[in-house]
Design a binder for this molecule. Structure first.
Ligand SMILES: [Mg+2]
Length: 242
């Protein structure tokens, strides 16, 4: 007896097993249904090696020291506590000390952008993504626009959302995502999220989004579909742009 030929796509060679919790290393087929591409900003649209976030870390500690009149060690301790308990330093300052978010955000993000350089290859790869492209950051939108300008990414995004659009609730809270996605009219089941903080992919995954963790080290988890060290490399595999 002769068996009929195995139809494509089931006749491909079997790939080596992916790490637990991840889909196959060839991502394009998992993204064919995506109509909206959501990008975090800091340490996602530029790599952490640019160390721009270091400046913000210092300014956040200084901001806590000034606002609460505490020393540096105490301020660092509070920041770590608030980050764990509330998602961000700002959310903790607002919840426990009624800090004015706009003054805090303006001070923290008043930093030197010269360490960021334009990335024309990344710009080309983002531009090649079909559908709607948006930025959603726990920083504020005016700051996000400055980062995008420094990276040569201005004009590539249909919308830029900051923590002010989520009524100052931060990622990873699901309510924050829901507020921003409602503003954008976004359908999570046809959207993908790119983010360096693995915590911030849990709610998007639960809402039906495709999740991509962009970070030097993988953190395998059920709510992370893909990991990539470098956003630009990952997008090149999606768009076929080498
Ligand atoms: Mg980030």
């Amino acid at each position: 007896m002769t068996l009929p030929p195995v139809p494509a796509p089931f006749n491909r060679p079997i790939a080596p097993p992916a790490p637990a919790g991840y889909l196959s290393p060839m991502p394009a087929e998992h993204f064919s249904h995506i109509r909206t591409w959501v990008f975090d900003l800091d340490n996602t649209l530029y790599p952490p090696r640019m160390r721009r976030f270091d400046q913000i870390e210092v300014r956040m500690t200084n901001g806590v020291m000034t606002a609460l009149n505490v020393d540096r060690a105490h301020a660092d301790h509070l920041r770590a506590t608030y980050w764990k308990r509330y998602g961000t330093t700002l959310a903790g300052l607002m919840a426990e000390h009624r800090i004015d978010p706009d003054a805090y955000l303006a001070d923290v993000h008043n930093i030197d952008f010269s360490v960021l350089s334009p990335d024309p290859v990344l710009a080309r790869r983002i531009a090649a993504l079909p559908g709607r492209r948006i930025v959603y950051t726990n920083a504020d939108a005016p700051y996000a626009h400055r980062v995008l300008a420094a990276r040569g990414l201005t004009g590539l995004f249909d919308a830029v959302y900051g923590v002010e659009h989520a009524r100052y609730r931060p990622k990873p809270e699901r309510a924050a995502f829901e507020t921003v996605f409602a503003l954008d009219n976004l359908d999570p089941t046809t959207a993908a999220m790119f983010e360096d903080d693995a915590r911030n992919l849990a709610a998007p995954h639960a809402m039906g989004m495709k999740t991509v963790h962009i970070a030097p080290e993988p953190e395998p988890a059920d709510h992370i579909h893909h990991h990539a060290e470098d956003l630009s490399d990952f997008l090149s595999r999606l768009t076929g742009d080498d």
